[in-house]
Design a protein around this ligand. Structure first.
Ligand code: NAD
Length: 172
């Protein structure tokens, strides 16, 4: 039994994440997806709640024939303790998949095998680019799995993002 952990903020979950998970599904017996920065939502860079991101990831993962766990993980103030924090929240795992340099460093220092995954169409399959498109009224739906488009529409995600940005402008 080999479990793999894939960590991300998924603001929102997009086709780049989906391609990576499709590949991971062929390499492990079970997938754990850690929803990072779980405490954050309703911010320009982090519009979606942990629960909404759990829904996006778990709905998208149904497409792959594999057992999976989707678990929110809040940030903590001490990077040196973060791997223990993650391990306390998720089922045991043998390998972590990430391209985030800090996450690679922290897992490697803890003696955990880390595998980097190729980046797919990074210019478009990017949370930053998708949020920019949502705000400017450009099409973003083609960069997100169809079912995730439905979830974002269902929670009025575009309207929320537009409102958050307005309140940012008022405060600054
Ligand atoms: P992310 O959603 O930006 O990315 C998740 C993964 O998807 C990354 O490995 C990224 O490289 C990959 N990815 C993105 N676009 C891709 C594409 N087009 N093709 C293929 N792969 C693509 O999330 P992240 O920033 O990596 O998440 C790390 C989380 O860990 C954050 O929530 C961070 O706060 C948390 N963290 C917390 C602490 C702490 O609390 N002290 C310490 C370290 C990390």
């Amino acid at each position: 039994m080999r479990r793999g952990l894939y960590l991300g903020r998924f603001q929102p979950y997009h086709l780049g994440h989906h391609q990576v998970l499709k590949k991971i599904a062929k390499e492990v017996d079970e997938i754990i997806v850690g929803i990072g920065s779980a405490q954050k939502s309703h911010e320009k860079e982090n519009p979606f709640t942990a629960g909404e991101r759990v829904l996006m990831v778990s709905t998208a993962l149904q497409e792959f024939n594999i057992k999976y766990y989707v678990i929110p993980i809040e940030d903590i103030q001490r990077n040196s303790l973060w791997v223990s924090h993650v391990k306390s929240m998720v089922p045991p795992f043998e390998i972590a998949y990430t391209n985030n340099p800090l996450v690679i460093e922290l897992f490697s220092e803890a003696g955990i095998e880390v595998k980097q995954s190729p980046l797919f169409k990074r210019n478009n399959y990017s949370g930053t680019e998708i949020r920019r498109r949502m705000l400017s009224g450009d099409k973003w739906e083609q960069f997100v799995p169809e079912k995730v488009v439905g979830i974002i529409r269902g929670i009025n995600g575009e309207r929320r993002l537009a409102t958050i940005v307005q309140s940012d402008q008022v405060e600054n």
